[in-house]
Every structure is written in C-alpha cells, then in structure tokens.
Design a protein around this ligand. Structure first.
Ligand SMILES: *[C@@H]1O[C@H](CO)[C@@H](O)[C@H](O)[C@H]1NC(C)=O
Ligand SMILES: *[C@@H]1O[C@H](CO)[C@@H](O)[C@H](O)[C@H]1NC(C)=O
Ligand SMILES: *[C@@H]1O[C@H](CO)[C@@H](O)[C@H](O)[C@H]1NC(C)=O
Ligand SMILES: *[C@@H]1O[C@H](CO)[C@@H](O)[C@H](O)[C@H]1NC(C)=O
Ligand SMILES: *[C@@H]1O[C@H](CO)[C@@H](O)[C@H](O)[C@H]1NC(C)=O
Length: 361
C-alpha cells in the first residue's frame, strides 16, 4: 500500500511548536519540518498552452495554471537552456526556473455557468500569490543518493482523458484529494496522504475550508531519456516499497530520482452554498478539460534548475532550509509574472469552460 506522510500535519505541528517524535530508526516515523524541501511557487499565468503535450496547438485544448520560470513558452524543446533564457521565477528557490503546471478547477453552477475557483496559499506560506506548493525530497534515510533530473527532462502524471481510475496502479495511488472540513484538515497524526481521509476523485460533499490535491511523481528513471512519447514511459513508480521506505526501482528504470510533489489547494468557500449546486445531488466541481469526476487530474513537470543546483540540494539532503541554494523573498517571487500568449476570459461567470462550446440542456 503506497501512502505518503500528510506533510501538512508535520507543518501544523511545527507551527504550533510541537515536536513530532521520530522512532529510533534511520527512517523517521514522521518526517520533521526540515526533512523535505517545501516551497511556494506563485502564479506565473493561467492560459491555454501545453508545452509538453501539444506544443504546436495554440490555444491548447484546455486551460492550465503555470508556475515557475518566465522562460515558459508554448514550445519548449529539450535543447532549450531554460535557466539561461529565464530572468525570474515565481518560486522562492531562485535557481529554480522549472515550470510546473496542472489542470484548472471550475465551479459549475446549477444554472449552467462556470466560475474559476481561486487558489489558496498553503499553511506557513501565506504570502504566495496563487500557484502551488512544490516539494522535492531526498531519501529520508539521509544516505541513499538520488540523481537530479538532467537538462531537457520533463514528465507527466495523470491523463486529462481519464474519467475512471488510472490503469497504472502506481499512478492511481499517487494522486489524492482531501476535502478540508476544518482549517487544513482533518489532519490527525495518522492521516497519510492517500489514506482513509482522501479520495482519488472529487469529494461528493462541500469542502468548507478548501480542497487539496496532492500528486507524487515517479521516483525511478530509465537513466537515458529526458522524455518519451507519452511523457511517462521514461519514468516509473517503485517496484517495491515506497519513497518513504527504502524503495526499489524496476530494472528497466534503475536510477533513483528525487520525489517531486505538487500540492494544489483551492479556496472553495465561495461555493459552499448548496443552493448553487446541481439539483440532482451531484458535486459541482469540474476540471478545465470538462472532467467532473476528478480522475482526469494531471500535472506536468519541466525541469529547469540552474546548473547543478538541484543535485547540490539532494546531495546535502536539503530540507526547507537549504543553505546550499539561493533563495528570494516571497514578495520578490510574486513580482515575477508573464503575460499569457493566449488571451481569453477565464474569470467571472463564464457560459462555458475556456475552449469548450457552451453546454446545452
Ligand atoms: C537507537 O538505536 C541504537 C542502535 O540500535 C542504539 O544503540 C541506541 O541506544 C538507540 N537509542 C535509543 C534512544 O533507543
Ligand atoms: C545554460 O545557461 C547557463 C547560464 O547561462 C550556463 O551556466 C549553463 O552552462 C548552460 N547550460 C548548458 C547545458 O548549456
Ligand atoms: C448563474 O448564476 C450566477 C451567480 O448568481 C450569475 O452571475 C450568472 O449570470 C448565472 N448564469 C446564468 C446563465 O443565468
Ligand atoms: C520488498 O521489500 C521488503 C522490505 O524491504 C522485503 O522484505 C521484500 O523481500 C521485498 N520484496 C521483493 C519482491 O523484493
Ligand atoms: C477564502 O475565500 C473567502 C471568500 O470566499 C475569503 O473570505 C477567505 O479569506 C479566503 N481564505 C483564504 C485562506 O484565502
């Protein structure tokens, strides 16, 4: 069973000054605040481009929300030197010019209109402007080495076409939704991500304090290809164990890479009023690719760290405080933005999802 620590529980405890005791093993029972790099990446822009899947389609079929370096373009070939091209990043680790993007969440009113759901800053990262929280984790045993991604590397988790569970078990278990029925929770100690508190699809009830999606990328790489036709086959989930334990990689993908995690949180509170919800009792949220199940959640990763910065951080088993990396203030990160290439209304009440013809009843 693949499960992952509920990192927000760790953050909550840290903010409350409570020490979470680790067991006497080389692997923590619960990681401490500084066992993982956790940082904010504010919004860069929200638009219909897809540099990974449909670089030649502008606009792309559905809307994405982008964070990271301002080298973002509709086409970003692996030969592009991203850190050379970028002049700023919305992430607080200022050598990280990677781009991270996901699907966009909308509320579907019972009257047929759609409204984009605002993103919410994460716990302890309140000053970020939209965007997401990104994690990179080196092995918790503080011994096992991982190989940082190479220039040109990119990968994809999930599939916008899914309307039922992913056929890839590793992938299925690596995406989880948590409905916040209390501030940042439920987050009891044993509330690992993907456990009983979570669903793999949209929750079927209001989430008065927000909705969170976590997606954990694979931690094994074929060691050769920076991409593959489906943007997935060059990476793999562990063949045994999980990232939290001593995971093993399949022989086809023998190289251990850092655990990349996106944490995306929406402030759903403006949509709690069930008089706006569908009359048939179904849940009202829909992703930008017209997915009302949630199974189509997907995240895209395009590596863009400057030189060996990420390898340095991983070799030092860096946590959120990482002296071997350069950082910038959240205010400075918030100043980085990039005008969209595709301009169309995405906010306010819309008759249809961007890119889709109006739904007729
Ligand atoms: C932790 O484990 C080591 C090695 O087994 C042992 O020597 C040490 O006494 C243990 N410490 C505690 C606090 O149990
Ligand atoms: C990319 O650009 C950076 C910054 O100019 C430079 O240090 C680095 O060597 C370049 N990388 C490659 C692979 O050319
Ligand atoms: C649906 O309701 C919203 C909020 O009251 C309103 O702004 C919008 O115009 C309505 N849409 C339609 C098609 O009536
Ligand atoms: C999986 O890992 C566990 C724990 O390390 C080990 O006991 C088991 O033999 C491994 N299974 C396989 C198939 O390698
Ligand atoms: C969530 O949105 C509501 C308005 O709907 C706002 O009052 C509240 O401050 C927001 N909460 C956070 C944590 O951003």
């Amino acid at each position: 069973m693949q499960s992952h620590w509920n990192l927000n529980y760790v953050i909550l405890m840290a903010l409350m000054g409570i020490q979470v005791m680790a067991q006497n093993t080389s692997i923590p029972a619960v990681p401490t605040f500084n066992d993982f790099m956790r940082f904010s990446c504010s919004e860069l822009n929200i638009q219909r481009i897809d540099p990974l899947v449909t670089p030649d389609l502008v606009p792309s079929p559905h809307l994405h929300q982008f964070v990271g370096g301002n080298a973002l373009a509709s086409r970003m070939d692996p030969s592009m030197n991203i850190s050379d091209k970028a002049t700023c990043t919305t992430c607080t680790f200022s050598e990280d010019f990677s781009n991270y993007w996901t699907a966009v969440l909308f509320f579907h009113h019972r009257n047929g209109s759609f409204h984009r759901v605002p993103l919410m800053a994460n716990l302890g990262l309140e000053k970020q402007r939209g965007g997401m929280t990104v994690y990179y984790t080196a092995p918790y045993d503080k011994k096992t080495k991982v190989t940082a991604f190479k220039p040109g590397f990119r990968m994809l988790i999930g599939d916008p076409a899914y309307r039922e569970p992913s056929p890839n078990t590793g992938e299925y278990k690596s995406i989880a939704f948590r409905c916040f029925t209390e501030p940042w929770g439920p987050a009891p100690p044993a509330s690992e991500i993907g456990g009983v508190w979570d669903t793999r699809h949209f929750p079927d009830k209001p989430c008065p304090y927000g909705l969170r999606v976590n997606n954990f990328f694979p931690t094994c790489w074929d060691g050769v290809n920076v991409d593959s036709p489906d943007h997935k086959s060059h990476v793999a989930y562990p063949s045994n164990g999980t990232f939290e334990t001593q995971w093993e990689c399949p022989s086809t993908h023998p190289v251990k890479v850092p655990q990349v995690l996106y944490e995306t949180i929406w402030n759903t509170s403006a949509f709690n009023d069930q008089s706006m919800w569908p009359t048939d009792g179904s849940q009202p949220f829909v992703f930008s690719m017209d997915d009302s199940t949630g199974y189509g959640w997907h995240g895209d990763y395009l590596f863009g760290w400057k030189n060996d910065a990420l390898q340095r951080a991983m070799d030092n088993f860096c946590g959120t405080d990482c002296p071997v990396l350069q950082t910038q203030s959240v205010e400075k990160a918030n100043e980085c933005a990039k005008s969209p290439i595709v301009n169309e209304p995405i906010d306010g009440w819309l008759e249809s999802l961007p890119g889709y013809t109006p739904v007729t009843f």
